[in-house]
Design a binder for this molecule. Structure first.
Ligand SMILES: [Zn+2]
Length: 275
């Protein structure tokens, strides 16, 4: 037990040293970091896709069909989503990354999450490869508008609670129309079968870092999952933080078997001692 404890501390010391010696860190985050803010993962047992059929609500075609045939399914899905995001706040994992930015070490966060929590924690340079749930994209001209999360959640809840079987038209009115051309908008998130966003920027960031922190991602959703390999090929050190497994074991310099929320505060403290 004592030996095990020292082994863990050694890994943290080693990770802190690598971080303190770096000048251009990029973080790559996945569902694991948001799970600790109460946002369930999609694919895991008990996740969103255990409760809802991705064919019905996970593709644009499915959504449109379900909206006209079974709007109550969309209503339940949206209500569940609203409940989750009303509660979700950045956790110490998100805040730790913001602190590394404040220390001048971390330059970019690349996230696969759509929950806006890195921005809420204060990270200023976030690349969102799967989009952002609180941004609307015009179905006609494609222009995007960032929405006020609190207002959107409150308006959605009100519409859903007013009517247990809302007309599709009513659900379409949840998002504001495009301010430029007045057309309908959709959430600016990447659904199944759609291309990821900001991929060139993400690969550019991965190529230019000297250290990549990989947090809470199982590395299965490509092409984003290839980003740590891109960093490694450009001689970056790789630190993986994940309580489940060392998914990038073939390229990892240090693996911390911890959640981001537990690991980041410890790491930031150790890094500050070294600067
Ligand atoms: Zn428009």
């Amino acid at each position: 037990m004592v030996i095990f404890y020292f082994k863990i501390m050694d890994a943290f010391q080693k990770a802190a040293k690598l971080i303190a010696e770096s000048r251009h860190i990029v973080a790559f985050t996945g569902a694991g970091i948001s799970a600790e803010s109460g946002i369930p993962t999609f694919r895991d047992p008990g996740g969103i896709w255990d409760q809802f059929d991705p064919d019905e609500v996970g593709t644009t075609g499915g959504l449109i069909a379900t909206l006209s045939q079974r709007p109550e399914v969309i209503r339940d899905f949206l209500l569940k989503t609203v409940e989750i995001f009303e509660q979700a706040k950045p956790n110490p994992g998100h805040i730790g990354l913001k602190e590394l930015e404040d220390l001048g070490l971390l330059k970019v966060v690349i996230t696969q999450n759509i929950d806006n929590l890195h921005q809420e924690a204060g990270s200023s340079n976030v690349i969102e490869v799967h989009g952002n749930l609180f941004r609307a994209r015009c179905l006609s001209c494609g222009r995007k508008q960032q929405l006020n999360k609190k207002e959107l959640l409150a308006r959605t809840r009100k519409i859903l609670e007013e009517d247990p079987r809302p007309a599709p038209q009513k659900l379409l009115e949840i998002l504001p129309h495009c301010p430029y051309c007045q057309s309908y908008t959709r959430p600016d998130v990447v659904m199944f079968g759609e291309p990821v966003q900001q991929l060139p920027e993400a690969f550019q960031a991965a190529s230019s870092c000297d250290l990549m922190l990989v947090l809470g991602t199982s590395g299965v959703v490509y092409p984003a999952a290839a980003l740590p390999y891109q960093a490694y090929e450009n001689k970056a050190k790789i630190i993986e933080i994940n309580p489940t497994d060392n998914y990038y074991s073939s390229i990892t310099d240090v693996y911390l078997s911890e959640t981001a929320a537990k690991a980041m505060p410890k790491l930031v403290d150790l890094v500050k001692d070294l600067l």
